[in-house]
Design a protein around this ligand. Sequence first.
Ligand SMILES: *[C@@H]1O[C@H](CO)[C@@H](O)[C@H](O)[C@H]1NC(C)=O
Length: 218
Amino acid sequence: MCYGKCAKCLGITLIPLALLGIILNTLLFFPNGETGYNTPEKLAGTVWCFSGILGSGLLMVFPILVFMGMENNDCCGCCGNESCGKRFANFSSVIFAGIGVAGAAYCFIVSAVGLNEGPKCTTTRNSNYTYIFTNGDYLGNYTMWDACIDPPKIVTWHVTLFSLLLVLSVVQIVICAIQAVNGLIGFLCGECSCCGSGSYHNCIVTLSYRTLTHFLPN
Ligand SMILES: *[C@@H]1O[C@H](CO)[C@@H](O)[C@H](O)[C@H]1NC(C)=O
C-alpha cells in the first residue's frame, strides 16, 4: 500500500520547510542581523504579515500531523468497515492538504508583493524610512540598491529572504498538491486496497475500468 507511506513521507518533508519558513520570516525582522529595526516605521509592511511564520510555518502543523498519521489510519475502520475508515482518512487528508496550500499560497503572495515593493529605508541621514523603489524596478539594477543607507544591507537582506520564502512556499504548495491527488485517489480507491490486499496500481486500473465501462454501451 503506497498512499499511507507516501503521505507520511510528504508530511515529514514539510517539517524542515515549516521550520525554515519561521526562521526566514524571523530574520526579516533583524536586517543585517541587527536589533533595533523591528518597528512598523522601519520595516516593510510585508514583513509584518507574518507570512512565513503563520502561512508557511504554524499552519503547516495541521497537514503535517494528518499526513504523518495516514500510515496508521489505513485500517482503523469506522462502523465496522475497514475501507470506510481508510477512505475517511484519505478524504480528510485532502481537506488538510487544501489548508496547507492556502497557507503556502498566502506566503507566496506576500513574498511576491514584498519583492515587488521592496524594503523601507532611508536615503539621507535622519530621513524617514520609506519605500524608495517602485514595481520591482530595483530587482535587476544593483546600483539602485546603494541608494538605501539604513538599515545596513537592507536590500540584500530583504530580497534574499523573501526570494527564499517564495521558493519555499512553491515547494510546500507542490507537496500539498501531491497529497491532495494521492488522498483523492486513496479516497476513490479505498475499498479495493484494504490491509495489504490489492495495490495502489490495481486500484487505479480498476477505477479507470469502472469509469470506462460506465460510459461504454453494454
Ligand atoms: C540603474 O539605476 C541607476 C540609478 O538609478 C540608473 O542611473 C541606471 O540608468 C539604471 N540602469 C539600468 C540598466 O536601468
